[in-house]
Design a protein around this ligand. Structure first.
Ligand SMILES: Nc1nc2c(c(=O)[nH]1)N[C@H]1C(S)=C(S)[C@@H](COP(=O)(O)OP(=O)(O)OC[C@H]3O[C@@H](n4cnc5c(=O)[nH]c(N)nc54)[C@H](O)[C@@H]3O)O[C@H]1N2
Ligand SMILES: Nc1nc2c(c(=O)[nH]1)N[C@H]1C(S)=C(S)[C@@H](COP(=O)(O)OP(=O)(O)OC[C@H]3O[C@@H](n4cnc5c(=O)[nH]c(N)nc54)[C@H](O)[C@@H]3O)O[C@H]1N2
Ligand code: SF4
Ligand SMILES: [Mo]
Length: 884
């Protein structure tokens, strides 16, 4: 290590596991990352996304300067313009004509300042966040049951439980480091059982003793059935119920209305399977129910959360070692946003809009402008933009044109709105394209502040490198706008620490044990103490100065009666039914190596090599019914819109169910924004959309010709039927897969898009096989390879390899596809060691009969372990085929 290298601890900006990261910095660049050994969330481990963090840095593609209506400007002008517009709109139309749409990717300090400015001083309640799409049902159900939005469990409980029920969670791909901890716990404890409840067979099922492939949307039937069954089999804890809860009798009465037959049929399960699960739950004191978007993203997600919590209350399994209802958060700081009050129905610091809270917050902030009632939730908020009621919206750290339901309407609403302010780190996103005022924000590695993970643990993200261009911190941008609006006294912040200590003080202000969120012990941190802050779980107050592992273990809750509430809910199915026109059920979610709208993970070539194009997963028999084969281009439509993606056959899906990932958007593919298909139907309590269940139709799109293109600059794709793009590392090029009409005139396309020194051409019209290699100063500028059969196209690996090398000798060697087959490893399975599917299958065929052997031979799976479920699957599949 040279003197110029230093190592700093920070926190991963991706999922809610909140892993500690040790980053090695040299010459103002992050050159390597590893898991920090001392962070309690990950103890040295990182998943594949975390381990590729340093590959997503670099200034290419970053938003570097402020701009107004497409014209670059300086910060002074940009901030004056923002302040002027907000002031004028507030004076002319009232504060409620202004909205903020925030994000669980912001740091707590950014979030706090945005919330305070909007609700406290501009005086608008229309402040919502992408956490509405993510955690709002979980929040609402915790609040209904416990009186506060407080996750009772710790990660350690996942290791000390004897029954782990994973509901609507694909943790192997979405919370990979926690999943590795679950796997290790299961290996260490032969008595531990794992049940996975998911309509799909996912990578997470790799550790399942039982997989309940339930009918989509039927979870509350399953858990209400469980409640009745537990009571019938004397497995409820009547003393606990009596001493610490309310509402059991009414809740049980509803649950008892359903027979086991009816529950089994609603859930689409065999009675035997159902009873096995119920019996295990009854028998196992140390049970954790770990749930995620398969529960939350539903038109009755709040009830589903409470159906789960009801079963834990009935058995007294809350806040105990190895027991509790554990909602896992998605985003790095979804929890921090919940703490500051980023959701439109919250005010601040776990206070809602009660008269007492309004008075408390107004007194603390010393403001007369505090808005007096909750604002609109995300879906309604964007409807109000569409209707022109909201005249200015400031979007920060989220990409709603991709991630909100009915996304085409969201796009049109923003295009029609005159004052769309977007703060982002990336220049070109589907949302920045609609902005009138663009503000360049600093990104992970540059910014400094805190985030809170799924187990209530607050960790520091630290600044490691200098921001590129004129990028500025979000809290700084907000603070300056507050000053320009005349609120200087209330926004006298000079650093994130100043913001944090105020936030900590508010959490303790007039609290007296009424609110679970209390970090008042951190309100006196000096700059040095804040910089050195070790990860700590809230509450952190006078009673628990070192933080708190579990909540509610003493049976006392933060409801007005101090008792937990059973919720007597009536189980509901999804809001829409399949029909003759839309006979399939569209499910949506995540893949292993991409994060949300790809603005960061899409920059790492290694991460895109796992899956490089948008797709639909479909059961082979449903595919055959629709005349679809592997790789075909399919159009998927709903009442709201349509997309086109390629078919991947997957027996893990039941018939008539399809799954499309959420990540691809207009920057990476022609028409793959899946939220343009999703209905804007929401949960009546939480406002969270039903992302996981939409009736849809699928049909084949004819693709007479396919082509693979590699080029140094982005291409004009307007003439193609379909395209998807995967960037080459460090912005060095772009790799496209496209479909075109029959006899597409590539020569005139080339004439239009390329200026080059020369172009070599080969053509075999019978096969639709045409190839062009264009170059400038011995450097490839554009390569085109077409074929009728897309399987005959060169692999992305090979293409990405040739863009960076000078054309040695003659371009004819490239035209002939020299070494094309040799470098095709197939789809990348192990992203850490870049081991492909074809290499792995070959090794298994050659005798590597276990994941351990594969690791010894190819190293795959021996670093972060994110690919272990897929390796296991490949071993099982290949050996099965071999044996047959
Ligand atoms: N790689 C990666 N990891 C991520 C993210 C990412 O973008 N990429 N995002 C992070 C964020 S913000 C979030 S919110 C989390 C989400 O983490 P998860 O919730 O684990 O991820 P999803 O893929 O959205 O959905 C989980 C599962 O719900 C299932 N499901 C669908 N319908 C139902 C149903 O009716 N009942 C049940 N029981 N299950 C159902 C789906 O089939 C899917 O497998 O992931 C976080 N981690
Ligand atoms: N169909 C369907 N839709 C879904 C879901 C689903 O499962 N199915 N899941 C939903 C869920 S759970 C979530 S969380 C959302 C996620 O959806 P989004 O929040 O829209 O996705 P991201 O890509 O995380 O958007 C973050 C944006 O903020 C920028 N950014 C990153 N860091 C910073 C920063 O520090 N400051 C600023 N100013 N900008 C920053 C990034 O460049 C990016 O443009 O999608 C939701 N939509
Ligand atoms: S599990 Fe992976 S993505 Fe999530 S915080 Fe840890 S390293 Fe980051
Ligand atoms: Mo999320």
């Amino acid at each position: 290590m040279t003197e110029r290298t230093n190592t700093k601890d920070t926190t991963c900006p991706y999922c809610g596991v909140g892993c500690g990261v040790s980053a090695k910095v040299r010459d103002d660049q992050i050159i390597a990352v590893s898991g920090s050994e001392t962070h309690p969330a990950n103890l040295g481990a990182l998943c594949v996304k975390g381990s590729a963090l340093h590959e997503t840095m670099g200034s290419h593609g970053r938003l570097l300067h402020p701009s107004i209506n497409g014209q670059q400007t300086d910060w002074e002008t940009a901030l004056d313009t923002v302040a002027d517009r907000l002031r004028t709109i507030r004076e002319t139309h009232g504060p409620e004509a202004i909205a903020f749409y925030l994000s669980g990717q912001l740091l707590t300090e950014d979030y706090y300042v945005a919330n305070k400015l909007a609700k406290g001083f501009i005086g608008t309640g229309h402040v919502d966040t992408n956490s509405r799409l993510c955690m709002s049902s979980a929040v609402a159900s915790y609040k209904r049951a416990f009186g506060g939005d407080a996750v009772p469990c710790s990660y350690e409980d996942l290791e000390s439980c004897d029954l782990l029920v994973l509901v609507g969670s694909n943790a192997a791909w979405t919370h990979p480091v926690l999943y590795r901890r679950m796997v290790a716990a299961k290996n260490n404890n032969p008595d531990m059982r794992v049940v996975v409840i998911d309509p799909r067979r996912t990578a997470t099922c790799d550790i399942a003793d039982v997989h309940l492939a339930i009918t989509p949307g039927s979870d509350s039937f399953l858990f209400m059935g469980l409640l009745a069954w537990l009571h019938q089999h004397r497995a409820t804890d009547l003393d606990y119920i009596e001493a610490h809860t309310e509402g059991f009798a009414e809740t049980l009465a509803i649950a008892q209305q359903y027979s086991m037959d009816e529950i089994a049929s609603r859930a689409g399960l065999e009675q035997d399977t159902l009873t096995t699960f119920y019996q295990w739950f009854a028998d196992t004191e140390k049970t954790i129910t770990f749930y995620s978007q398969g529960i939350n993203q539903s038109s009755s997600g709040t009830d589903k959360g409470n159906a789960i919590i009801n079963c834990h209350l009935a058995t007294g399994r809350i806040g105990k070692v190895g027991a509790g209802p554990f909602s896992i958060t998605g985003q790095p700081n979804a929890m921090g946003g919940r703490e500051v009050g980023g959701l439109a129905n919250q005010l601040a610091a776990h206070m809602d809009y009660t008269p007492e809270a309004l008075e408390t917050v107004a007194a603390f902030w010393q403001t007369d402008n505090l808005c007096q009632q909750p604002g609109l939730k995300a879906v309604d908020l964007f409807d109000a933009v569409a209707e022109g009621k909201i005249k200015a919206i400031w979007i920060m750290g989220t990409n709603p044109v991709v991630s909100l339901p009915n996304a085409d309407k969201v796009k049109a609403a923003l295009q029609a709105c005159d004052t769309v302010i977007v703060s982002d780190c990336i220049a070109e996103t589907d949302t920045t394209a609609t902005a009138n005022i663009l503000l360049p924000a600093t990104s992970w590695g540059e910014k400094s502040g805190t985030v809170t993970n799924s187990e209530r643990r607050i960790s520091r993200q630290r600044s490691l490198t200098t921001p590129p261009g004129e990028a500025r911190h979000d809290w700084w941008i907000l603070t300056l706008v507050a000053h320009k609006l005349g609120f200087t006294h209330a926004f006298a912040y000079e650093s994130p620490r100043d913001v944090f200590v105020e936030h900590a003080a508010l959490s303790g202000f007039r609290n007296g044990g009424k609110r679970a969120f209390d970090i008042s012990a951190l309100s006196t941190l000096t700059q040095q103490q804040y910089d050195d802050l070790k990860p700590v779980q809230w509450p952190v107050n006078a009673t628990n100065p070192e933080g708190t592992k579990r909540l509610f273990g003493d049976g006392r809750f933060v409801t007005s009666s101090g008792r937990a509430q059973f919720i007597p809910l009536q189980p509901q199915g999804p809001r829409q039914e399949p029909s003759a026109t839309y006979p399939l059920i569209l499910n949506t979610g995540r893949i292993r190596d991409q994060w949300h709208t790809m603005t960061r993970t899409g920059r790492s070539q290694r991460l895109l090599n796992h899956i490089d194009a948008p797709f639909v997963l479909i059961n082979p028999s449903t595919a055959a019914d629709n005349n679809l084969a592997e790789g075909d281009l399919a159009e998927i439509s709903t009442r709201y819109g349509c997309i086109q993606v390629q078919v991947t056959l997957d027996e893990g899906l039941a018939e008539r169910q399809i799954f499309v990932p959420i990540h691809w958007n207009d920057q990476y593919a022609s028409r793959a924004r899946v939220d343009s298909l999703v209905a804007p139907l929401t949960d009546p309590v939480s406002g969270q959309p039903e992302f996981k269940y939409n009736p849809a139709a699928i049909k084949k799109v004819e693709t007479p010709q396919w082509a693979a293109l590699i080029c140094a600059e982005p291409l004009d794709c307007s003439d193609f039927i379909y395209w998807s793009m995967a960037p080459v590392a460090d912005g060095q090029g772009y790799c496209y897969r496209v479909a075109t009409a029959e006899n597409f005139d590539w020569q005139s396309y080339l004439n239009r898009v390329q200026e080059s020194d020369g172009c070599a051409h080969y053509s075999d019209p019978a096969m639709g096989d045409e190839r062009f290699i264009c170059y400038r100063q011995s450097q490839l500028t554009l390569g085109i390879f077409t074929h009728r059969d897309q399987k005959a196209l060169p692999s992305p690996d090979w293409l990405k390899d040739i863009i960076n090398k000078p054309i040695e000798g003659s371009p004819w060697l490239l035209l002939a596809g020299r070494d094309m087959a040799k470098s095709d490893k197939g789809r990348l399975i192990c992203s850490c060691f870049e081991v492909g599917e074809k290499q792995i299958i070959q090794a298994i065929v050659d005798g590597a009969c276990s994941v351990k052997h594969l690791g010894e031979q190819l190293k795959c799976g021996t670093n972060c372990g994110s690919c272990l479920p897929e390796l296991n699957h490949l071993v099982n599949q290949t050996l099965k085929i071999d044996a047959a």
